[in-house]
Design a protein around this ligand. Sequence first.
Ligand code: F0G
Length: 482
Amino acid sequence: MSNVKFHSGESIPLEMHKVRIVQKLNLPPIERRLEAITEAGSNTFLLKNSDVFMDMLTDSGVNAMSDKQQAAMMQADDSYAGSETFFRLESKIKEIFGKEFFLPAHQGRACENILAQAFVKPGTIVPMNYHFTTTKAHIVLNGGSVEEIFIDEALNLNSEHPFKGNMDINKLVDTINTHGAEKIAFVRLESGTNLIGGQPHSLENMKEVRKVCDKFDLKLILDASLLADNLHFIKVREEACKDMSIREITRAISDQADVIYFSARKLGCARGGGICTSDEEIYMKLREFIPLLEGFLTYGGMSVREMEAITVGLDETMEEDMINQGPQFIEFMVEELQKKGIPVVTPAGGLGCHINAMEFVDHLPQSQYPAGALAAALYIASGIRGMERGTMSEQRNENGNEEMAHMELLRLALPRRVFTLSQAKYVIDRVSWLYENRKLIGGLNFVDEPKILRFFFGKLEPVSDWQTKLAAKFKEDFGDSL
Ligand code: F0G
């Protein structure tokens, strides 16, 4: 994406790449969409991709690869041990993050599993700016608990705060003092804070967090899965960093962390993950888990082809006009939806465009999963698959009671370099039709509810025949048009 100014004065995100491989899409008719969402138990995770027109479920593992990534995949060195591919990736990690040691893992949650098994003991606490679903699940599985130390502004959905992902430093110190430093397993900072709408933290804030960790002798672990977006926001929103290159900002961030882990399904635009550190003791402690849980130390469960793609993808992530594509598209969508009075999370973050379901369907109680209901409704209205990020994505507490989420969001993810501007306009058009007809949207109830990470494969049903009525209204307004 470029900073090209348009003569018309319009603000239009302009792609700095061209599409050279295409995948045909299918937009099923409204009748099939209604059937498909019923078959999927109103859970967009359970839709078949062949029934989906625009897959905006996630940016995970579905970013477009570059020609250079694909070319690199051809020279992958297939060997169980000592693969050349591994050494290329390891040296890229060292070049970019300045960390001595790299441990490969098959994806982000595998890194979380290893870190939780190594450091989380029963009764320990992990303070973090905000939890992520899989992160929290692994910490809890190992007997620990999560304490969220976000700034007050983090939960303000309509804010102008440039860094809603920042940690509240005073609260962090209070938390450590309350529990005692020996109870803190580690401090975790998540770049591009996923569940509050892809909101970044600043470099300055991370330096403050580091100081606190030094004071109490605690490890600081960075979840860099969404680092690419966060780098862009530091560059354009943090005055002190505006003249730094993306590489310099990356190194400055990395220097604050004892350990960095990431999902390469996001960072690096391929599929895989890994952990890096310069601390030999930490490295030795984590290393033993790799052959046990992932695979040999030089592949860690990843295909060598994907590892080659990550090496090139990480290099491309250091280019400003690569990492600003997602955020600029998201900003465009957020601004257009705002013009139509549709409640969206501001400022626009990374990862995707986030719609505030609590306001969009303000007639629904939170116990009927407004964001889940909105995700199902948007699929019916458009064939677009978004993701619920609200109470459905939470777990019940130990007494079996619902833990209401802080916010109910419908996330429309923008996989990097995948969709065109006319597709983004289609999303805006269908979301605004749905907004005009929002009173037709009803709630959902679980009929099949798994205990852990229930949002992945839980099944729900509409509380009434609202989905049929919504489809009928669509047919009335659009006739035979898809
Ligand atoms: N950390 C963050 C911040 C993430 O966003 C994710 C994944 C993970 C860790 C786990 O990585 O999927 O490779 O195991 N987020 C995906 C999403 C699933 O759709 O937001 P993974």
